[in-house]
Design a protein around this ligand. Structure first.
Ligand code: F6P
Length: 349
């Protein structure tokens, strides 16, 4: 009996809510299209270590709302392993994979493009809570992270009101301030700091003056949202790196918000407290928006694979789901749309 063609699927880089919804959609669409689906464990590491499984209808039922990724993930790169690319090619041949769907963020998609240039047939799906992947309006995971951060900010406002405090919340966003901008806007924060707009001494003084004026005008609380990549005066964060191979992602010095909070308290004399949301933004069940986006991307990725449009990535353009060349995606991170930031800025203290 003729063997069915096969598609591989993997998740690379940081995890995010919505990955399993995309794995489910891609797998079920591919099965209906006549493919067999191979789930590759822990990103590219799974091909190097022959760690994979056949995914079927049962495996991918009941996971649309499940956080994380049933396949596991890693930041391992074949480009940094001896004979890595050839080992990947050999494994693809043994598994009879026609193509591989890679769910990745900016770093993993950059790596995937390099592998595509080495002749590996790849289709990309953008996922990252950071929303810093070019050529798509949103990536899987972003809207859930914004909701988690907004819920946290709403809770911080109630305790800030009770204690008459300035409350800072540090959110993720290594190179860009998308989560801080959207969650800060949704919460009505009085200040949002993002990597795209380095903080100067002058701006810091203006912020502190505004916080003092709020208090003297009778508003007893202030909420400030701080992206983890915020650059304080005299502090430079590492430039966005192509994550070709890091055992550890480039994690910033923890606590940029704590440093800023100390400065604010010192300059204003206002009681200030700092919270860091950390990995809570990446865990748990995806919101409905991300389930829908992930499902649409999973279906589109299978269509691109069937059409042999390798080297493309699924993308959201307005309300349309399209395919875009990875070559255009990997030209760097997508920084914050300052239109959105400037809307939030209208309401800063
Ligand atoms: O890229 C997504 C992200 O969550 C960033 O916002 C964060 O800085 C980074 O991953 C953390 O990486 P790791 O999970 O390797 O610590």
């Amino acid at each position: 009996m003729e063997k069915k063609p096969r598609i591989g699927i993997m998740t690379g880089g940081g995890d995010c809510p919505g990955l399993n919804a995309a794995i489910r959609a891609c797998t079920k669409t591919a099965i209906k299209t006549g493919y067999e689906v191979i789930g590759i464990h822990n990103g590219w590491q799974g091909l190097l270590e022959h760690d994979d499984e056949v995914l079927n209808w049962v495996h991918t039922s009941g996971i649309i709302d499940k956080g994380g990724t049933i396949l596991g993930t890693s930041r391992v790169s074949p480009l940094c392993v001896e004979n890595g690319v050839q080992r990947v090619r050999d494994r693809i041949e043994v598994l009879r994979l026609e193509s591989i769907v890679v769910l990745g963020g900016e770093g993993s998609l950059s790596l995937s493009y390099k592998m595509y240039r080495q002749g590996i047939p790849i289709i990309g799906i953008p996922k990252t809570i950071d929303n810093d992947v070019r050529e798509t309006d949103f990536s899987i995971g972003f809207q859930t992270a914004v909701q988690i951060a907004t819920d946290a900010l709403d809770r911080l406002r109630s305790t800030a009101e009770s204690h008459h405090r300035v409350m800072l919340l540090e959110v993720m966003g290594r190179n860009t301030g998308w989560i801080a901008t959207y969650a800060g806007l949704a919460n009505g924060a009085v200040e949002i700091t993002i990597p795209e707009i380095p903080l100067t001494e002058e701006r810091l003084d203006v912020i502190c003056e505004k916080l003092k004026n709020r208090r003297s005008s009778g508003i007893k609380f202030s909420i400030v949202v701080v992206a983890e990549g915020t650059q304080l005066p005299g502090m430079t964060t590492p430039p966005p790196e192509n994550l070709t191979h890091v055992a550890e992602a480039i994690t910033l010095k923890p606590g940029v918000a704590q440093i800023l909070g100390n400065i604010i308290q010192e300059k204003t004399g206002l009681e200030t407290r700092v919270s860091t949301l950390g990995y809570i933004q990446r865990g748990g069940t995806p919101v409905a928006y991300d389930r829908v986006l992930a499902t649409a991307f999973g279906v589109k990725a299978t269509e691109l694979a069937k059409e042999k449009k390798y080297g493309e990535m699924t993308a959201l353009h307005g309300t349309r789901i399209v395919g875009v060349p990875l070559e255009k995606v990997v030209k760097g991170v997508k920084t914050v749309n300052l239109n959105a930031y400037n809307i939030a800025k209208r309401f800063f203290a």
